[in-house]
Design a protein around this ligand. Structure first.
Ligand code: NAD
Length: 362
């Protein structure tokens, strides 16, 4: 049983902790936070030992009545692997802490690629991360693009790809983010950083990306155009993509016209937090003209990197190969590549009160 510490318990960290707890071969050693807030309360209620970051934090947690298990140093020392889910840039600052304790670590996509030996996507380059000390799970957008391009590259080859990323302004809880009422080219320079980031996973793919931000919180939407190296037809592309466990080709009869209905669907289906772990590709949008493929996909920014973090833990620990790990992760989460299927076999929700679960003793 791998003991995994989660440093940073926000949007990504809390989801990764619950996903780790759901796995048969790993447990949550504890979660580390800088300050007491509602997420610290939830962590304790879920039975995750809570560790403090920074000298000043202990008093604040004490004053708030939150019991601490120790300091982040102690958590790192007793973990087999640490998942760093701190805000962008803090992960790189934490690298020294992980080195000091000789604890392998997984960073997130907000960090520069040079924070780790490997920029990781399970479907695309799992084996490159096996046995590595430091791995970076690429961003939500790059994860979505990597999953999409892996089968397209294998089946048809890519002459040139162009992607416009319509990005949510902030996550639902990020009340300090904008835009409030605007549509912003972001970054205004072309290409956006997303294409070069995809090249950290697929160095040879020729891709140009343009980014925008819009006043939305639910998901990103990608408009994708790929000039393939060989002929294809829309139905074969749909079948190819639908066969991928982390791509969901939305059938038109579901009448899902945007991220709002997708979230509603995931919530109705019993997904924890209404998370869509899969890329959601509009089946009707898959169009081929000559060698040009077009499609739209929705990326749930809070969720798609979660299974990738779980796989990165096994890759770094060397405990499973790609196929074994992806299947284990998906079975444990109820990630079925088809959100509605989980309605027939409801996904257990994370406990909301201390439940004496297996992490309590960690
Ligand atoms: P977040 O702000 O929601 O959560 C970060 C948590 O870390 C917060 O609870 C914060 O209080 C805590 N924290 C701050 N400084 C800390 C420190 N020194 N030590 C420990 N904890 C600290 O951020 P997030 O959205 O979860 O993003 C985390 C990482 O994941 C970033 O690299 C981000 O770019 C990446 N990411 C975010 C998303 C997304 O859409 N939210 C998607 C994919 C990847």
């Amino acid at each position: 049983m791998l003991k995994v510490g989660v440093n940073g318990y926000g949007t990504i960290g809390k989801r990764v902790a619950d996903a780790i707890r759901a796995q048969p071969d790993m447990s949550v050693a504890g979660v580390a936070k800088t300050s007491p807030n509602f997420e610290a309360k939830v962590a304790l209620e879920r039975g995750y030992p809570l560790y403090v970051v920074g000298e000043d934090g202990t008093d604040a947690f004490g004053a708030a009545g939150f019991d601490l298990a120790g300091t982040v140093d102690e958590l790192v020392a007793e973990s087999d692997v640490v998942v760093d889910a701190t805000p962008a840039g803090i992960g790189a600052e934490n690298a020294e802490l992980y080195r000091e304790h000789d604890t392998p670590a997984i960073f997130q996509g907000g960090e520069d690629a040079d924070v780790a030996e490997v920029s990781f996507n399970a479907r695309s380059n799992y084996e490159a991360a096996r046995g590595a000390e430091y791995v970076r799970v690429v961003s939500c957008n790059t994860t979505g693009l990597s999953r999409l391009f892996a089968p397209i590259l294998e089946e048809y080859g890519v002459e040139k790809a162009r992607v416009t990323l319509v990005r949510r302004g902030g996550d639902p809880g990020q009340t300090n983010r904008g835009p409030i009422n605007d549509t912003i080219p972001d970054p205004v320079e072309i290409p956006s950083h997303h294409g070069p980031d995809l090249n950290t996973v697929f160095p040879d793919i020729e891709v140009d990306t343009m980014g925008m931000k819009v006043p939305a919180t639910l998901m990103h939407t990608h408009a994708v155009n790929v000039t393939l190296e060989s002929e294809a037809d829309a139905e074969s592309v749909r079948e190819l993509l639908d066969a991928e466990s982390r791509l969901y080709v939305l059938p038109p009869e579901l009448d899902i016209d945007g991220a709002g209905k997708l979230k509603e669907f995931a919530q109705d289906a019993g997904r924890p937090r209404g998370d869509c772990w899969e890329n959601c590709i509009w089946g009707d949008s898959v169009t081929v003209e000559g060698r040009d493929l077009y499609l739209f996909q929705a990326i749930h920014q809070e969720a798609d990197v979660v299974p990738e973090n779980v796989d990165a833990i096994r890759a770094i620990a060397g405990t499973a190969d790609r196929a074994e790990s992806m299947t284990l992760t998906e079975d444990a989460l109820g990630l079925d590549g088809q959100i509605g299927r989980s309605m027939r076999d409801p996904v257990p929700q994370p406990p909301t009160v201390t439940d004496g679960g297996r992490d309590d003793a960690e």
